[in-house]
Ligand binder design. Structure first.
Ligand SMILES: *Cc1c(COP(=O)(O)O)cnc(C)c1O
Length: 466
């Protein structure tokens, strides 16, 4: 039987299609330094699908004509907006293979599918990279938002259990107390998705002196005000504006005295663990009930990739929350193990493979080097800000992000628009300490001091145009 459509032709020229994509991809990546970091082009959106397709070769031509020129170098060395990682060569190889093998990653045995073994192994490699204990269970989700969601969902179940309730089955019957100082917006979004209420966070004070870390004394006062009621603590390993870290050793002491679920959002800050120079920032984090880490940021794998780590002792709570059947779960959740009973998605691609490839290829040393080089470039950039009287730092550089402003705050928006329009470097606006500011985050493995020089030269030039 033959298809009338282009499927037969495409099958016959599969080699040619994949080779064309490979050559184009290598060319793109080899010239990513020269590629613009911004685009203002507009495309006309097609609304109707043609009856007969055009085949993959012509589809590639159409993509190249309409969309390729407006692709920005977001995985290049001078895209410093948000917290945007790049893609290592090995990660790309792993990502391509995820697509080619197209496994639906669920179970580690049975069902004829072993791809979950790769995921379980990758979790072990990550725990090892971060020097975390092996009593965490982990898995891959699309991003730190979904990881925060997954962890906080288990936390919600834990809270119910403290008074003999099963929130997953029965629904919420009380307001859950959540404490935090500087939670990421995605943690708040998760609270709203979980029915916990984004407006229900009990605000803990931050430390004085330009800090975003929680004030442990105030935290303890707020805990005491709860009169023994169990609660969820959302703490930060790396806030987005100033990369501040809560004091995990102090939180450990509180954990001995009070009954709470301790979650750490370590989306990018967790990578401080990769370097002996910075691992003091996460000291004591290994006692948290759950930890969120993004992989598409500092691990430099393609989107969409993040992991959750939840202490194994909470596995039953996790299965109660995510089990994909209405029947009560019987027995050991690790028997007939399937990821679909542990996280939001059912069908999933083999998300772990890009991470497995990059971890296996570059090892602990590779990630130590990436982290240390990124921090070095951040400090270099901060020196420029400090030395130029037109700029001021809004916070000290604690790790990999520079949060700064113009001394004349009224010029921030114009300056940033012009800077981003240059296509040479990309940064994002922020608001910190009552001031309009700009953030430059360094998490791309390609970024060097030479890139900082390109950026600062462009900034100096734009100052003269204001
Ligand atoms: C980026 C980030 C998130 C959200 O991550 P996504 O990958 O965009 O879902 C959560 N927390 C922190 C601290 C982050 O930096």
């Amino acid at each position: 039987m033959q298809y009338m459509n282009n499927l037969d032709t495409d099958l016959q020229q599969l080699d040619a299609i994949l080779t064309a994509v490979k050559l184009q991809g290598a060319d793109y990546l080899n010239h990513i330094r020269e590629r613009s970091t911004a685009s203002s082009a507009e495309v006309e959106v097609m609304r109707d699908l043609i009856d007969e397709g055009i085949g993959a070769v012509e589809a590639l031509e159409q993509f190249n004509k309409r969309f390729e020129p407006i692709m920005v170098a977001s995985s290049g060395p001078r895209y410093w907006g948000f917290v945007t990682g790049g893609t290592t060569p090995a990660a790309i190889a792993g990502d391509w293979l995820s697509t080619i093998y197209d496994q639906n990653t669920q179970s580690a045995k049975g069902n004829g599918d072993v791809s979950a073994l790769i995921e379980l192994e990758t979790i072990q490699l990550l725990l090892s990279l971060f020097n975390l204990p092996k009593n965490y269970f982990g898995g891959f989700v699309t991003g730190a938002t979904l990881s925060n969601f997954t962890c906080l969902a288990v936390a919600r179940q834990w809270i119910g259990k403290q008074s003999g309730k099963d929130f997953a089955r029965e629904g919420l019957s009380e307001t859950v107390k959540v404490l935090s100082a500087t939670p990421h917006s995605s943690a708040i979004k998760s609270l709203s998705m979980l029915g916990l209420g984004s407006g229900n966070v009990i605000q803990v004070n931050v430390l004085t002196g330009n800090r975003e870390a929680l004030d442990v004394t105030d935290l303890e006062l707020k805990i005491q005000a709860l009169n023994g009621e169990p609660f969820i603590l959302i703490s930060s390993a790396g806030t987005v504006n100033t990369v501040d870290f809560d004091d995990f050793e102090a939180i450990n002491l509180l954990k001995e005295k009070y009954n709470f679920w301790w979650h750490i959002d370590a989306a990018f800050g967790g990578f401080a663990a990769c370097s002996p120079k910075y691992n003091h920032l996460v000291k004591g984090w290994d006692n948290a009930d759950s930890i969120t880490v993004d992989c598409h940021k500092w691990l430099n794998v393609p989107y969409e990739s993040a992991v959750f780590f939840v202490k194994e002792q909470h596995q039953l709570l996790q299965v109660e929350t995510f089990q994909n059947s209405n029947a009560a779960y019987l027995g050991n959740p690790m028997e007939n193990f399937s990821y679909l009973n542990f996280l939001p998605e059912n069908s999933r691609r083999l998300k772990a493979l890009p991470a497995w490839f990059t971890l296996t290829s570059y090892g602990k040393q590779g990630y130590q080097e990436i982290v240390e080089r990124n921090v070095e470039t951040a400090l270099q950039f901060a020196d420029f800000i400090n030395e130029n009287p037109n700029f001021e730092l809004l916070a000290p550089v604690r790790l990999n992000t520079v949060c700064f402003s113009l001394t004349d705050e009224s010029l921030v928006t114009t300056f940033l628009n012009k800077l981003n329009a240059s296509g040479k470097v990309f940064m994002t606006p922020t608001f910190y300490n009552g001031k309009k500011g700009i953030r430059a985050a360094f998490v791309n493995w390609r970024t060097t001091i030479a890139d900082v020089e390109v950026a600062t030269a462009t900034m100096t030039e734009i100052l003269t145009e204001l």
